[in-house]
Design a protein around this ligand. Structure first.
Ligand SMILES: [Zn+2]
Length: 834
């Protein structure tokens, strides 16, 4: 018995890992679970703000125990987070997190929806959030999700009544949900949506609360007394060999870029919801109480239920194909349903069951990973029936851009005898298959998506499909399959990847930010990649008019698809401060190609191909520097060494375990990476040497460290209390407190304009108390908050200087913000005034 459970778990994990790309191959247990879901006509929508906000325990419980259609509406794709597994940030991180949500839903059985809101970074209050999100558009998208998904119940992850207690995006997600609950059924609101869908009134709205939202168990008990409904979500699923909590943990462990990998748990566990709005359920423990979730719910459903409940009750696990006559009979009746919403959902569900019960295997795989908008693709088709039911393979067809090719082999499929066909698809002006929400330039707070039918979709539809027209026991059924790319690697095995439509040629500037600290020209390398075979053309660079580029163009010729060619240009900056974008363009037959191809490949999500504008930021700084040799001690990860090297410093990365009382003396300054005292344990034993270095005349610069409930000791020479004060508005006014201090004057004069063009935030985890030895240099604050004066503190210690700063240099320097470079150069130069 033990062994059986283990094997089931292994099989489950294995299918989870590969299901992202591979065709689903359902076991009898899974077919039976699909029949159970087919026979439940209720839906739930879970709403929050970010990938990883969702409660997978509850989503899995609703999808697997209740059998409800369950979706998670994440308002954003999580572009603003950090990435613990790779270098992708911003829109590329949002893409990874989108795919992690889809991976989580493949495990917990939910569906995934989005809005056009972009996770622009941290905000404290909903008011601040809505300065970036266009409220009307995001609200419209929540209404659209409700009108199209048509949930019976909506469950909010966050409390709409407590702004300021959590991330502003969180509270806003709940507030918009409460508002949309009423608007979705009002035909005068967002009326253009009603060309594509209908109004909908969800039955009730809940807030999914828990101990998590309160300081302690007692506070939770006292404040929620009599208001909550609790139910046990720790149920066991014998068909899976897993507890609900195990499914939930496996699902949330997909959020790997956020460090969510965790242990599975089992056993009874209570989940709490608070009723907010709508029709209050009489049976508090059943969120669907009073909602008809049987086939009788819809006109004509009774007959279908009569057939399908019977199939569920007498299900033959050893031979599911035995039920095909009843399933096909029900299929015909579902086709005739008047209710188009349920017809579509139930048709998809029953087709999947029929396909699996008949042991059908229908696959169409391309012989290469991509093609071009007018290219050709060789495909291999595999059709197999593994049941005794009489089945004919009538025809298959491609439908893309009006071109429709139908071929009719008209062949009876013998039990377990495979049909293999090789064919060629010719494309005509097919659009690129990259993520639809990244195809147009949006704003900081919103993606630009114009097609209403695309809004909310988790990903772009795959570009090529094949329809298989089968006749099963006198019933005509069409199964649609995406073209996939299938190949094998001797060290991995069989691999499935999405098939893509991509440009004939793409280019890439290898450095995304180039800093010119003086007038010296720099070599700029462009990589040219062939998206098809035998391409020739020329590549050129475009920069603001005061920058010089030579040569004007460089010809290229590449024979093999996928091959790269490197070309070098010389870029000369103007004599004065200047910044702009450098764009690379490939030209072939008079047509310009201005995209870069970015491929993202991790084991837990399908391979992603993204097209971004091929460009880099170029900055000519007017910067003075004193000192040249910098020591750097890495913390949680930033690119300070690369940034400083770009402006001519010589940077040595120091192994913290090797620090002693002598080897720091050679440095003009020593810089600590972000969160060094949070992440590098050995620093507490080396602090005495660092301070000794300062005492002898050194210059030590400490970047931000986080302060938890117990605080953090950063070993400063004088009193210094790190707090969680932050300034999240990157445009917040910066006041110069110590106007005459060398940090603002030597060797670069810092002015108000040096704080223009900053990105994401000003800084974080500023100290809020410090000894009188420290001099606060700057003052800033978010709207409606007191002045924060601890962003940049400096103290003399012995003959040297100790600087502590929460300013987000780790964001500003890689973004090429010139004022941040000047201020950093001044920190490195302190003590070197003549
Ligand atoms: Zn969140």
């Amino acid at each position: 018995m033990k062994k059986y459970t283990y094997l089931t778990l292994v099989a489950f994990l294995f299918s989870v890992m590969l299901i992202a790309q591979k065709p689903k191959k359902l076991t009898s247990n899974q077919i039976y679970e699909k029949v159970q879901k087919l026979n439940f006509l209720g839906s739930a929508l879970y709403i929050a703000a970010h990938p990883d906000d969702e409660n997978t325990r509850l989503i899995s419980y609703l999808a697997n125990h209740e059998k409800a259609r369950t979706a998670y509406l994440s308002l954003t794709r999580g572009d603003g987070g950090q990435n613990l597994i790779g270098p992708e940030i911003r829109e590329l991180l949002g893409l990874i997190r989108t795919q992690e949500l889809l991976a989580a839903r493949r495990i917990d059985g939910g569906e995934q929806l989005f809005t056009r809101a972009n996770d622009f970074g941290y905000s404290k209050y909903p008011k601040e959030t809505l300065e970036f999100w266009e409220k009307d558009k995001v609200l419209s998208d929540v209404v659209w999700a409700i009108r199209t998904f048509k949930p019976d119940v909506i469950i909010n992850r966050f409390d709409h009544r407590t702004p300021g207690t959590t991330h502003g995006h969180h509270t806003t997600s709940a507030m918009l949900s409460v508002e949309a609950f009423d608007l979705a059924n009002d035909a005068t609101k967002y009326p253009t949506q009603l060309k594509q869908t209908e109004v909908w009134q969800p039955k009730r709205l809940f807030f999914n609360t828990g101990r998590f939202f309160y300081r302690n168990e007692n506070e939770f008990k006292n404040e929620t007394e009599g208001k909550l409904t609790a139910f046990d979500v720790g149920v066991y699923y014998p068909l899976k060999g897993l507890s609900n909590n195990e499914v939930a943990a496996l699902a949330s462990s997909q959020h790997l870029c956020q460090g969510f990998g965790r242990l599975t748990t089992r056993g009874t566990e209570l989940e709490y919801v608070e009723f907010l709005k709508g029709d209050k359920p009489k049976d508090a423990s059943d969120i669907f109480a009073g909602i008809n979730t049987t086939w009788n719910r819809i006109n004509g459903g009774g007959d279908i239920g009569a057939i399908l409940y019977e199939v569920e009750e007498n299900f033959d696990f050893s031979n599911p194909s035995k039920h095909l006559p009843e399933l096909l009979n029900a299929y015909d009746k579902i086709m005739l349903l008047e209710d188009s919403h349920w017809r579509k959902i139930k048709l998809n569900q029953i087709k999947e069951i029929i396909e699996a019960a008949a042991g059908l295997y229908l696959e169409v795989s391309a012989t290469s990973s991509s093609t071009t908008p007018n290219g050709e693709v060789v495909i291999k088709i595999e059709v197999l029936n593994r049941s005794t039911i009489t089945t004919f393979f009538d025809s298959y067809s491609f439908k893309e851009n009006g071109v429709r090719v139908i071929k009719s082999p008209e062949k009876q499929l013998q039990n377990n005898v495979i049909v293999n066909i090789t064919d060629i698809i010719k494309l005509k002006n097919t659009r690129y298959s990259d993520p639809y929400w990244l195809q147009n330039k949006g704003t900081l707070g919103m993606y630009a998506v114009n097609n209403q039918l695309e809004i909310g979709k988790p990903e772009s539809d795959r570009p090529l499909q094949v329809e298989f027209n089968l006749n099963i026991w006198e019933h005509n059924i069409t199964f649609t399959k995406d073209v996939v790319y299938r190949y094998s690697r001797s060290d991995v095995g069989e691999i499935y990847e999405p098939f893509e439509v991509l440009p004939e040629v793409t280019t890439k500037l290898n450095n995304k930010v180039m800093i010119f600290s003086d007038g010296t020209p720099k070599k700029v390398q462009v990589s040219v990649r062939a998206g098809t075979k035998n391409i020739t053309g020329f590549v050129s660079l475009k920069a603001p008019s005061n920058w010089k580029i030579s040569p004007k163009e460089i010809p290229f010729s590449i024979a093999q698809k996928g091959d790269n060619l490197m070309v070098d240009f010389l870029v000369t900056p103007p004599s004065n401060q200047s910044e702009g974008n450098l764009k690379s363009i490939a030209t072939m037959d008079g047509k310009n190609f201005n995209k870069e191809l970015v491929e993202i490949n991790y084991n837990h999500i399908p391979k992603q191909s993204v097209l971004l504008d091929s460009e880099a930021k170029i900055v000519r700084l007017n910067i003075q520097k004193n000192g040249s040799y910098i020591g750097y001690i890495a913390g949680a990860g930033d690119v300070i060494p690369e940034s400083l090297r770009q402006i001519g410093y010589n940077v040595l990365v120091i192994d913290p375990t090797k620090i002693n009382n002598e080897n720091l003396l050679k440095f003009d300054a020593v810089v600590l990476g972000i969160r060094a005292y949070n992440t590098v344990d050995v620093l507490k034993f080396k602090q005495k040497f660092l301070l000794e270095y300062v005492e002898k005349g050194g210059n030590m610069i400490v970047q931000y460290n986080t302060s938890g409930r117990g605080g953090i000791d950063v070993g400063a020479p004088y009193k210094l209390n790190v707090s969680s004060d932050r300034v999240t508005d990157e445009t917040a006014k910066v006041r110069l407190l110590a106007k005459n201090h060398s940090l603002l004057n030597f060797p670069n004069k810092i002015e108000a304009s040096d704080f223009d063009g900053w990105v994401q935030e000003r800084g974080l985890y500023f100290p809020n108390e410090w000894g009188t030895e420290f001099i606060p240099i700057l003052s800033m604050n978010d709207k409606d908050e007191p002045a924060r004066n601890g962003s940049l503190l400096v103290a003399k210690y012995g003959k040297g200087h100790y600087i502590y700063t929460g300013i987000s240099f780790f964001r500003e320097l890689p973004a090429g913000v010139s004022g941040a470079y000047k201020l950093f150069a001044n920190m490195l130069s302190i003590g070197k005034e003549k």
